[in-house]
Write a protein that binds this ligand. Sequence first.
Ligand code: ADP
Length: 752
Amino acid sequence: MGKYNLTNCDLEPIHVPGHIQSHGFLIATSDDLMIVCCSENIEHFIQIQPRALLNEPLYSLDAYIKLNDQSLKQVSFREVFFSKPAYGSNTTNPYLVFIGGQRYTLLVSTTGPYWLFEFEPELSHLSHPIELQMEHAMTSLLATDQLTDLLQITTEHIREIIQYDRVMVYKFHSDGHGEVMAESKTDQLDSWHGFHYPASDIPQQARELYKKNLTRLIADVHSSPSLLATTTAGNATSVDLTNSALRAVSPIHIQYLKNMGVASSFSISILDQGELWGLVTCHNYTPRFINFRQRNAAKLVGQMLSTAVSFRQQEEDRKIAGSLHAASEGMVRQLSRNIPINNALINEEFTLLDAIPSSGAAVVYNKDIHIVGKVPGMDFLQTFVGWLARNHLSPVFHTDCLSDHLPEAAEAEIAATASGVLACRISSYHPEYLIWFRNERLSSINWAGKPDKPNEVSENGLLTISPRQSFEVWRQEVYRTSAPWEKAEIQAASKLTHEVKFALGRKASEIRLLHDKLQEAYTELDTFSYTVSHDLKNPLTTIKSYSQLLMIRFEIDPKLKQVAGRINESAEKMQLMIEEILHYSRMTQDKIVSKTVDMKRLLGDLRDDFLVSHNRNNLRIEVYDAPPVEGDKMMMLQIFSNLLGNAVKYSSKTKNALVTVNGTIADTGITYAIADNGIGISAADERLIFNLFSRSKDAEDFEGSGVGLAIVKRMVQKHHGKIWVESKLGKGSTFFVHFPHPAQQRADVVYA
Ligand code: ADP
């Protein structure tokens, strides 16, 4: 026992104990019916030494065991066994055999490479015929449809059939702990009805065995188990006794039963769709053996109960699903309307609260949390969503006791609104969820003894499991726990999540479609402005020529000359604007021819040109670092000529004008800064100046059209770059132009 400590007690290999219970004996043979293993207690049944049987053929027992007057040799077990359904429903089991004139039951099964032959007496503690009771049991089970009544009736009939002191129906809750749901007992015994038992009382591997082998008899907890003797090639614990009726009981479980004062126990598994729903557990306070036929009769009653429980459960699921159906249909309709997802889920006729019974709900979408009903504060919601995204990648997370997972949730205020949580992920890429909350439901549980498993320190210093000593009622108040999430509710939540994902997908493709349309319209507008401005040039030139003609002809009349002059001026202004629009829209049509541009040279030439053309004593232009840029040389020239031109222009009234240009290289790309100490730009104007024909008020005293920066911005964007300005009114401005490295240029493109 020392081997199995607190952390690995679920690992005790109880299906290969190397022992059997001693009320019967066991022989295992190889495929060719040569004996490889034999329980040592065989000598109590047959006058033969167990070891003398090893490596002998099975039929060497013919002298001792009579099988329906046939020799063991004459029976083809293979034929009989494999022509029938699996063990348990095998109609050839049991075989009636005679040993020393007594009737015995032979049970044949297979395990791994071996045949198992188990012999147990037919003589039972139960002597009366059970057929009549069976008939009663079946009739009353069929006539009952309330689950609680069914459970109660089952305990009563099974007790009547097998006559144990106490028969209980024990149900496993979702966290693994069990509860006595119904009980039938002798009058002297105290009732255990309504008692809860910790999950550790029945370890995981025992539960697995209950699913495979539906009945389990422990005839006498005080008898010593019998060791399996094996051939030298074999090993007692290599014989898998999962299918065995005689399998010895874990010493921990034996001690557990002894601590309860129980001398014999019998259990029948109740399965719901292949899962262990619970057990019918029968206790007797004196040793009790019932034979295979009687156990099978009780099993049949248990199977009827299993069917009824499954049917009830499915009915319940259907009822829940039906009650949620209307709300979920309503929500699907809301989702199909052209409104934001969060509105469709919480601000319309049906909300998340109608979809799943809950006290509060939240939609975590687009970096926002939208709420409905009673939910914890925003700070906690954010903590919870972060925790969820880090720790639970599965599409659904649910618990009825959040504080078991997240310690912050233990705070009274949070537990009040969020003891239960059901969260469904709606995006694979972002931490986006639908979350339902359930409030705290205070209750109390009557445990049969304190649920913590007492442990002792063994000689080797390991903590070892010892079964519980005390079964005295221990009342526990349950805090920070909500009503559990039913299977049908979780399914309904998953279904709704699927609908939300679908709606999100549809919205995304709608946006993509709109984006494409916008792009198309944008191109059309460009073509339109190009055509219009191009075609307007001719009539405008005509107007200009005629107004000039008029100016000459009206030389004599100064008033008329002035009018003609105004026409000419306006036409010139219009012509300039048309030229600019033409230039601007041409940008869309122009393709980039990308090369490495020698910026040192380009900026040096520009500086010289500006210095010559402005010929101002007060102007200094400094070019510092000028790393080369990958791009279109003509566009680069226009970008920097515009920016330098503006810097020179808007600092022309400064006493000592200084214009500097400096380029820096970073991981993301190259950034140029063009700085001046000119008039500066107000914060309000900083964003506007990049728009077409946008000029700041402070620039009114300077010539200009407000088109330059719009063209510069477009050219920079064609290089997947960015432009921005930092400025202080009256002090000067710095324009920044950033060009990403060629490999990163695509990354800057924003996909819808
Ligand atoms: P403009 O032909 O008016 O200079 P731009 O498009 O080049 O047209 O510039 C738009 C506006 O941005 C200018 O009218 C001016 O108000 C402001 N601006 C541009 N560069 C500077 C600068 N270096 N200093 C101050 N203001 C500037």
